[in-house]
Design a protein around this ligand. Sequence first.
Ligand code: CP
Ligand code: NVA
Length: 335
Amino acid sequence: MLKLNLDLGLRGRSLVTLGDITDGQMLGLVELAIQAKARKRAGEHLDQPLLRGRNLCLVFEKSSTRTRCAAMVAARDEGASAEYLGRNDIHFGRKESVEDSARVLGRMFDGILYRGFAQRTVEVLAERSGVPVWNGLTDEWHPSQILADLQTMKEHFGSLRGLKVVFMGDGRNNVCNSLLEGCAMAGIDVVDCCPPELAPAPQVLALAQRAAARNGSRVSVCHDPASAVVGAHVVYTDVWTSMGEESQFQERVKLLLPYQVNMRLMEQTGNLAKGRVIFLHCLPAFHNNHTEMTAKIGALEVTEDVFEAPFSKVFDEAENRIHTLKAMMLASLAG
Ligand code: CP
Ligand code: NVA
């Protein structure tokens, strides 16, 4: 039987931002996800499911493919049930206050995964439900995504400390915020390369810089893509307009075209020919004209050749959402 290290000091705890946990606990979750992946590959979860009889709910105010499906599969792998509650399914925040819904859900479920708009909503859920609450994306943070990103980097490079990660694009969105913090907590050098109009909030930068100072790494903001990517081991991007910001689409395209991840930019890392750089994207991605929003424009934040290249690890990263969400559930609830 493969060993799982469940004892991370997170039993009964919520995770609404990476800042809720220590650097060691975050790395412990990544390790636990790697262990859970091996355990699933070996089929051992079928013999000894660790969340048998647990009831989880997924309160989702925004759409999702990966987070929703990964959480469902993670829960079922371990014998738990997972109820999906979409925006129009419950009274949440409309006919009933978030505080009241939180207390009701906490009487019925053993854990809640929340995806939505305000960070305050997930905080209220965590404060009032009395059960572990996990953040599955808000306007400000996307911590569970970054655990999967770190797992993917660790699997590819063997270790995290000393890597250089460059985020290109909307340098103040939820994914970028959590990436800055998570990389700094792991001792990774991280560069946020964005137009000045989309620079990270000073408080987010300060949090990440404090974490970097603890771990001997660096966090910086840069507005020039060619110089930002020199020496990068990971080039990371995300959509240019996040959910809820669709009205800014045209303006963002203009602002962010110089920050597109293309083959030339990947070459400018100096690590492409050496096989020492990978491309990551949390997905969904606009890399061709196959979506409604890009039918007339084509690729946006990443070109098709980069997205489909062997050094693109986006589907490993997507799969790892299962293992990292499972690690969060197990650390909070198993045992
Ligand atoms: N990366 C991510 O969170 O994907 P979904 O929006 O599909 O959940
Ligand atoms: N920044 C994106 C991430 C999607 C997973 C959004 O919030 O829409």
